[in-house]
Design a protein around this ligand. Structure first.
Ligand SMILES: [Zn+2]
Length: 314
């Protein structure tokens, strides 16, 4: 038995159930939230969030990992509110995105970053009392100097606290391998890491290398039709399962309840498949059609998330 932190308090890893490992409740851009709050109808956002969480719960999802980093508008109080009111178990992240200009940290010692990540995990985020349960890192389009510093600070916080790291990558440049190199240099056990957005790749050998190096492959953009359709992503998943890698794969959509990087009409057009229910309702049947066993599907959606949080909690 192992206990981890969710937005609404500690949960037993045995109770995680069907877990989506890379989603978001709300993605924004903090200067807009701060300087133009009138652009955001937060009450309407809550209504949308509760509708989407209910749909996911109805489809069998029990837990969601929210990988919104500090600089994309992470709002721990809002996430906790959505979790409490919907009944969805949500795990909150700390960490930074891939921007080369996280100005606060550029001229400070890396320990400042590490210590703040650790504080989010061990004490709580700001005054919310919500504790982060995972660290997010991102590398795109390639690893630059500041990004490497963020990855190292994240690895140190992960080693200190035992929470897993889940990443964003740009597979066209194979940045998952760069992340693994840095994590390994820092002494982090790669079985505590998920190299995310790996399903944007059509390169089997790249994915195999990530797995053989010891990380999980986050196949977590399912439902975003570019650069790969859900059918293409399902084909790759079937191939990986056939090769015996189901114990090293996690599934997710990278979807949101409210996403403020595009006009709402555009999001709604994408939302036909870019939503929390696409995997349980559409993709699981696609995998079965391709010969993936129920045991492998259970492994990817229930077994591996539990193993990732449990392994890191030890
Ligand atoms: Zn994401």
């Amino acid at each position: 038995m192992a206990t981890i932190q969710s937005a609404t308090g500690p949960i037993d890893t045995a109770d995680l159930g069907f877990t989506l490992m890379h989603e978001h409740v709300r993605v924004s851009w903090p200067p807009m939230d701060q300087q133009y709050p009138e652009l955001f109808d937060r009450e309407h956002e809550m209504t949308r969030a509760l509708e989407r969480m209910q749909a996911a719960l109805d489809a069998g999802v029990k837990t969601m990992v929210d990988l919104t980093p500090i600089d994309l508008g992470r709002d721990a109080a809002h996430i906790a509110d959505v979790a409490r009111r919907s009944g969805m178990q949500i795990i909150v992240a700390t960490g930074l995105y891939y921007t080369p200009y996280p100005f606060y940290f550029r001229m400070r010692d890396d320990k400042v970053m590490t210590d703040l990540f650790i504080r989010d995990i061990t004490e709580g985020i700001s005054t919310t009392g919500v504790r982060a349960g995972v660290i997010k890192c991102a590398t795109e389009p390639e690893m630059h100097e500041m990004n490497e510093r963020v990855l190292r600070a994240s690895a140190r916080a992960a080693i200190e606290t035992g929470v897993p790291i889940c990443t964003h990558t740009y597979p066209a440049n194979r940045t998952g391998l760069d992340q693994q190199r840095v994590f390994k240099e820092e002494g982090l056990d790669l079985s505590h890491t998920v190299i995310g957005h790996s399903d944007d790749s059509d390169d089997f050998s790249y994915l195999e290398q990530i797995i053989q190096n010891g990380s999980y492959c986050g196949m977590d953009r399912i439902g975003i039709e570019r650069p790969r359709t859900s059918e293409q992503r399902a084909d790759m998943l079937a191939k990986l399962c056939e090769a015996g890698y189901a114990n090293r794969i996690t599934l997710s959509h990278d979807a949101s309840c409210n996403f403020h990087w595009a006009p709402q009409e555009l999001i709604d057009r994408m939302a036909e498949t870019w939503k929390y229910t696409h995997i349980p309702l559409d993709v699981v049947p696609m995998l079965r059609e391709r010969g993936v066993s129920d045991a492998d599907i259970h492994q990817m959606t229930v077994g591996n998330p539990r193993a990732i949080f449990e392994g890191a909690a030890k």
